[in-house]
Design a protein around this ligand. Structure first.
Ligand SMILES: N[C@@H](CCC(=O)N[C@@H](CS)C(=O)NCC(=O)O)C(=O)O
Length: 265
């Protein structure tokens, strides 16, 4: 059954899905939706993911799924071996809480840092202040994560699994902004990054990040002004920007019409 993942290599959510499929040895192809980030992609992707978010999973039996958590749940049900979740109800719940924290609280920070650094939101000392606040928040989450890991080799328990694939893409993203983990978390990251499923995602992300270095911030800002990007500020992202001091950034984005919320679909 051919499996297609609509994806952007820099999306940590997309990476969760690709790591899960690779760990299960399920073959898949990736497609980058046209005009991703504009809210106007259209086609099969938009049908599968009416919020216009990557990842979306599409198979030739008509399966169309959006949201990384729901997709990984499908993958675990559809291809149960090897299991990605740990065995006990308590351990499963612990992993699901970890995933929720990474998907909402943690990603809100890295997404916000990207808005400031890569998309040119905000300017001058305020942008720098918000950026530093984000880095400090990441350090607090690193402490929480270290406590979650304890003495174990893996967040999932005895073997690499869901508890790890839901953390590693986000920490690699944060490290890209200079938030490098230390001690036990650094050791865990090195172990996780050594897995071929994770290495493949990092290489794909680095290839795109390298390309985008050729694109100047000025060019990105011009594209933003022309409405070519309309970035989604759903849920936790909006909360993060406001609570970290960026209310004016939200107001400016609404005025320039280069950020979006979800409409009924
Ligand atoms: N809860 C969703 C979040 C997916 C998401 O936010 N994806 C981002 C990329 S990291 C996206 O596609 N954004 C589209 C946009 O900004 O227009 C999931 O787990 O899949």
């Amino acid at each position: 059954m051919p499996v297609t993942v609509y994806d952007h290599p820099l999306s940590p959510y997309g990476q969760k899905v690709k790591i899960a499929l690779a760990e299960k040895q399920v073959e898949f192809t990736t497609l980058m939706p046209e005009a991703i980030g504009s809210g106007n992609s259209g086609g099969v992707f938009q049908q599968a993911s009416p919020r216009g978010e990557v990842p979306a999973l599409v198979t030739d039996d008509g399966t169309q799924i959006f949201d990384s958590t729901i997709i990984v749940e499908y993958i675990e049900d559809r291809w149960p071996q090897p299991p990605l979740l740990p065995d006990t109800p308590q351990a499963k719940a612990r992993v699901r809480m970890l995933e929720d924290v990474m998907d909402t609280h943690f990603e809100a920070i890295t997404c916000g840092l990207s808005e400031l650094k890569n998309f040119g939101r905000g300017e001058g000392p305020l942008a720098e202040e918000i950026f530093d606040r984000g880095l400090a928040q990441i350090q607090q989450w690193y402490q929480w994560l270290e406590a979650q890991l304890g003495d174990a080799d893996w967040f999932n328990g005895e073997r690499f699994g869901w508890g790890d694939l839901c953390v590693v893409p986000f920490i690699n993203g944060a490290a890209g902004f200079g938030a490098i983990p230390e001690d036990a978390l650094a050791d865990w990251l090195a172990r996780a990054n050594a897995r071929s499923s994770v290495t493949a995602c990092r290489e794909a992300a680095q290839a795109v990040a390298f390309d985008s270095e050729a694109v100047s911030l000025e060019a990105v800002k011009t594209a933003m002004d022309q409405g070519l990007f309309k970035r989604e500020y759903r849920d936790h992202r909006l909360e993060w920007m406001i609570k970290s001091g960026g209310l004016q950034i939200v107001v400016d984005g609404l005025e320039k019409n280069n950020l979006r919320f979800i409409e009924p679909f």
